[in-house]
Design a binder for this molecule. Structure first.
Ligand code: G3P
Ligand code: MG
Length: 279
């Protein structure tokens, strides 16, 4: 079997927990806000995932969509607006009146809060309109400069290979995860991109695919898992961590004996799953 000098071993171990709050804790607080990060921490998360993108004036902010409409009280294309315009928006009232006044945070503000809360993070980089390389470089530079030493090492992820390459260029030792929408064989790009993890949509995962990826030396992370029974199934297949909008519900029904922290890379599987992976 070809066993690559995997990024997991090259980059050192990631201290990944079994459950990662998705966009903070998007089921119970407005996504990608400081209030959401606080809520995730209060619900027992050790790590959160959030989305980061560039504004027109090259500020890195926490935001999922290309446009403002769904999660703010304003409208417009995030990549075409200056950060001053975006930071005026209310990013909490759309979710619940109790969150009115939440702002769109900068990545620097989020890191400061993570430091205070002791939260680890998967920083997902979203790119648009030809800014994939700029996004990867700017985020890697900022994380290298500001990431607190006392936190677990961060994981950068992206659907964009260009963004991952750019991040690698600027911060070669920072751990990267390849995000996939489907499954198939696209996870194999993780090797060329020097990724430590493969982050896949759980709906496309099957036991054999999980085994193949693990046997190639990568941890498998699955998004977005909001049903405890599905999380237990994925863990039984060898998935390392699940991203959840309702992390407290998954944490409350974790299978007995599952560690809160999953070192990478995971052990090889035995039996038929391994035989299939070796083929
Ligand atoms: O990083 C996992 C997940 O967040 C990827 O999809 O659209 O929720 O950012 P999305
Ligand atoms: Mg995301």
């Amino acid at each position: 079997m070809h066993r690559p000098d995997s990024a997991a071993s090259r980059l050192g171990e990631l201290d990944l927990p079994s459950v990662i709050g998705h966009r903070g804790a998007a089921g119970v607080a407005p996504e990608n806000t400081l209030g959401g990060l606080r809520r995730a921490s209060a619900l027992g998360c050790r790590w959160v995932e959030f989305d980061v993108r560039l504004t027109a004036d090259r500020e890195l902010i926490l935001f999922h969509d290309d446009r403002l409409e769904r999660t703010t009280d304003s409208c417009g294309n995030v990549g075409a607006l200056p950060s001053s315009a975006i930071r005026c928006c209310d990013a909490g009232a759309w979710f619940d009146a109790s969150f009115a006044g939440e702002r769109v945070p900068t990545l620097a503000e989020a890191i400061e809060l993570l430091s205070e809360l002791g939260l680890g993070a998967n920083v997902e980089l979203k790119s648009q309109r030809g800014n994939a390389i700029q996004t990867g470089m700017a985020a890697a530079d900022l994380l290298a400069r500001l990431w607190p030493q006392h936190l677990p090492r961060p994981l950068i992820s992206s659907f964009s290979p260009d963004t991952l390459e750019a991040a690698r260029y600027r911060a070669p030792t920072m751990a990267r995860g390849l995000l996939l929408r489907g499954a198939g064989g696209r996870w194999r790009r993780a090797e060329a991109l020097g990724c430590a993890t493969v982050n896949a949509d759980h709906r496309f995962l099957r036991p054999a695919v999980v085994a193949q990826i693990r046997n190639a030396g990568y941890s498998v992370l699955a998004y977005t898992v909001n049903e405890p029974a599905r999380a237990r199934e994925l863990f039984a297949w060898g998935v390392c961590s699940v991203f959840s909008d309702v992390p407290h519900m998954i944490l409350a029904q974790m299978p007995p004996g599952l560690p809160q922290s999953n070192a990478t890379p995971p052990p090889l599987l035995a039996g038929s799953a391994r035989r299939e992976a070796l083929m």
